[in-house]
Design a binder for this molecule. Structure first.
Ligand SMILES: [Fe+2]
Ligand SMILES: [Fe+2]
Length: 155
């Protein structure tokens, strides 16, 4: 499947999860903790899979190289915010404020991948290549998520 279709499928899930968390009150400690842990793990795997499959392809092409580099920078910001959220108590009043900022940046980032970057890549790459990248992305994403889950169980 086209890599941008694969990516969008996951983005839709992330947006749903973020919406659910944003709607919680500070009394929903369990929901916040569990839903955030799930989102963090899956988004981390998604970022890593994008950086291993999509970003190298974008960087190889002069017309898309900068977009590839921008993806990495935005992932760093999102990862940093997730680490801050992780170290803060979920019922702290700043937690949900920080989460809202995080989800707004996440939304902007995913929209860019789905629109500008997808459009440019479709103009530059053959469909066959985008389909092949999609298969690689799916495989890589599953593998990394599984590794992260196993790592969590060991701790
Ligand atoms: Fe991304
Ligand atoms: Fe993405």
């Amino acid at each position: 499947m086209d890599i941008f279709k694969e990516i969008k499928k996951e983005h839709d899930e992330f947006k749903k999860m973020a919406k659910k968390i944003n709607a919680t009150t500070k009394r929903a400690i369990k929901t916040r903790t569990n839903s955030f842990a799930k989102l963090k793990l899956e988004l981390t795997a998604h970022h890593q899979a994008e950086e291993e499959v999509l970003v190298p392809a974008l960087k190889e092409n002069k017309a898309t190289r900068k977009m590839g580099l921008e993806i990495i920078e935005e992932h760093r910001i999102l990862d940093k915010l997730m680490a801050e959220l992780q170290s803060l108590a979920v019922d702290d009043e700043t937690w949900i404020v920080k989460f809202k900022v995080f989800s707004e940046i996440m939304e902007k980032h995913t929209d860019e991948e789905e629109n500008e970057i997808s459009k440019k890549a479709h103009g530059e790459f053959k469909q066959k290549k985008l389909d092949k990248l999609g298969d690689q992305f799916e495989e890589e994403d599953k593998k990394i998520a599984k590794q992260l889950k196993n790592k969590k169980q060991v701790k």
